[in-house]
Design a protein around this ligand. Structure first.
Ligand code: ADQ
Length: 486
């Protein structure tokens, strides 16, 4: 009687009927069927760590969440996960801040969560753990006696051994990953870096995509994430008529729109992007007053110092670009530091001539895929994409750039703005075929098929089979359940 249990740092508990789902919830939509459970942190800070998960049911899916204390939050989330692991995995060791007490807090939260989940697991449950916050989760489940299949998916890049080694305790974390049956990565390059780290730093044996360490075998594979392309395209078509998109289009006064949409994060390469745009206007003055750049950057992780510093740097750079190039009736750069609703983004993407996605490093980057899905195939915009986004592996018909070179960004913007319709259509058709094939549901099905140990071709039917056999529902109270003896 297999049940699917998703584990992630933050659990998107639906608040109201029809509430908008976040990124991971969209990606997992297909597999989150009645009987499944989603387990993790509630996103709330409480004076005491919860003694048992708080359970909420919505559309047959049980959301089981626990609160953390302020100290847990600071050590686990702000400290080790976002202060050490995030910069490390984005090739920014100079921004990595490692403190032993924060690492200890990271382990404590993982242990506490794993022990809580172990109490309510059944022997056949399939457990799928997400992202860098929860690397040691499987080890603590194993220590609690759990023998179930456990999979892990890393949404961000992995790094080669020489970079991994800069993290104190790197070997312990690698060994923790060895407790998963399947470890999924966004690209083959990331999966290969993981296998290399296991071999070089731990002496594990690697054969094909399997890694054997201390008698346990982990299958380390690439499984690129995608978007729910059909609904996103539909949203974009509808949104073109919306008041916001109409207002944006009118404000352009016939100028081409270039757009960037990101979390305000140093991995997204925003300073170089602003500088690249300034170089476009300086080196190719034919674009002066002919283009408007709209950058929407959602503020994020403001309790981490590096993010506050980045915010100040971008304020300065945006002021610099506009101070140098503005005319009394033209503002070259419109810079908004807030999140925009999904629908609005879809409409804005559709009327944009250029999408600028230039992270310094990125696991995948779903904005690149959303931009492509939103385009009108009859008159599509051009995607400029960093070579170091996981998406570049598949989206080779984009204008690929090295985001560390602002001149290359400027040249790509120039090329995109001048590109003829035939070439735009040709490139877009190839990108579109990819985005509508490597979708969110393909991603989730394939991972679960791998985790079930079945051939990948059986993916969707395995899920149907597994979810059809779901028996009882999770009890809706706060009492911790006893684990059933296997
Ligand atoms: P993120 O770093 O958050 O995710 P990304 O994939 O670019 O990055 O975006 C995720 C979602 O956030 C997209 O749906 C996007 O539209 C939305 N978003 C971004 N900026 C926004 C804004 N200003 N306003 C509103 N929405 C915004 C991590 C990894 C990525 C990986 C994803 C999924 O860092 O590499 O693609 O997980 O695995």
């Amino acid at each position: 009687m297999a049940r699917l249990v998703i584990v992630s740092n933050r659990v998107p508990v639906p608040k109201t009927r029809g509430a908008q789902a976040g990124g991971l919830a969209v990606a997992l939509k297909e597999v989150l069927r009645p009987g499944a459970m989603w387990f993790g942190w509630s996103g709330r800070i409480s004076p005491e760590t919860s003694e048992a998960p708080y359970l909420v049911e919505s559309r047959g899916v049980t959301y089981a969440t626990l609160d953390l204390t302020k100290r847990d939050y600071e050590n686990f989330y702000v400290g080790f996960a976002n202060g050490a692991l995030w910069p490390l995995f984005h090739f920014q060791p100079a921004l990595m801040k490692f403190r032993r007490e924060e690492y200890a807090g990271y382990l404590d939260v993982n242990r506490m969560l794993a022990q809580q989940l172990a109490k309510i697991l059944l022997p056949d449950d399939v457990i799928w753990v997400h992202d860098y916050h929860l690397i040691p989760f499987a080890r603590f489940l194993r220590e609690a006696g759990v023998r179930n299949r456990i999979g892990f998916f890393l949404h961000i890049p992995f790094v080669p051994p020489a970079m991994m080694e800069t993290l104190p305790r790197a070997r312990d974390l690698l060994a923790d990953l060895g407790h998963y049956d399947v470890a999924g990565f966004q690209t083959e390059g990331h999966a290969r870096d993981f296998r290399d780290c296991m071999a070089r730093l731990l002496g594990a044996t690697v054969a094909g995509d399997t890694v054997t360490h201390q008698g346990r075998t982990t299958q380390a594979v690439a499984n690129p994430i995608g978007i729910d392309a059909v609904p996103f395209e539909r949203e974009a078509i509808r949104a073109v008529q919306s008041a916001e998109t109409v207002r944006l289009a009118a404000s352009l006064q016939g100028r081409a729109l270039a757009i960037g949409v990101d979390r305000l994060d140093y991995s997204k390469g925003l300073p170089n992007r602003f500088e690249g745009y300034a170089r476009l206007l300086k080196r190719f003055p034919e674009h002066l007053e002919k283009v408007s750049f709209l950058q929407i950057a959602a503020r994020s992780r403001e309790d981490v110092t590096a993010y506050r510093d980045l915010g100040r740097e971008l304020d300065r750079l945006a002021g610099d670009v506009n101070g140098r190039f503005s005319e009394f009736d033209w503002t070259p750069l419109r810079y908004l530091t807030r999140a925009a609703p999904r629908r609005q983004l879809a409409g804005f993407f559709r009327i944009a001539r250029v999408g600028v996605v230039t992270p310094l490093h990125d696991g995948m980057n779903l904005v690149a895929k959303e931009f492509v899905a939103a385009q009108n195939p009859i008159d599509p915009g051009v995607l400029i994409l960093s070579r170091f986004a996981g998406a570049a592996d598949e989206m080779t018909e984009a204008l690929l750039v090295n985001p560390f070179d602002p001149d290359e960004i400027a040249e790509a913007m120039h090329e995109a703005l001048a590109m003829k319709l035939d070439e735009r259509k040709r490139r877009h058709a190839a990108l579109r075929a990819n985005v509508f094939t490597t979708t969110a549901s393909a991603y989730a099905s394939r991972f679960l098929a791998l985790l079930s140990g079945k051939p990948v071709a059986n993916g969707p039917s395995f899920i149907d089979d597994m979810l059809r056999r779901v028996a009882g529902k999770w009890p809706l109270d706060r009492t911790p359940l006893r684990r059933r003896a296997s």
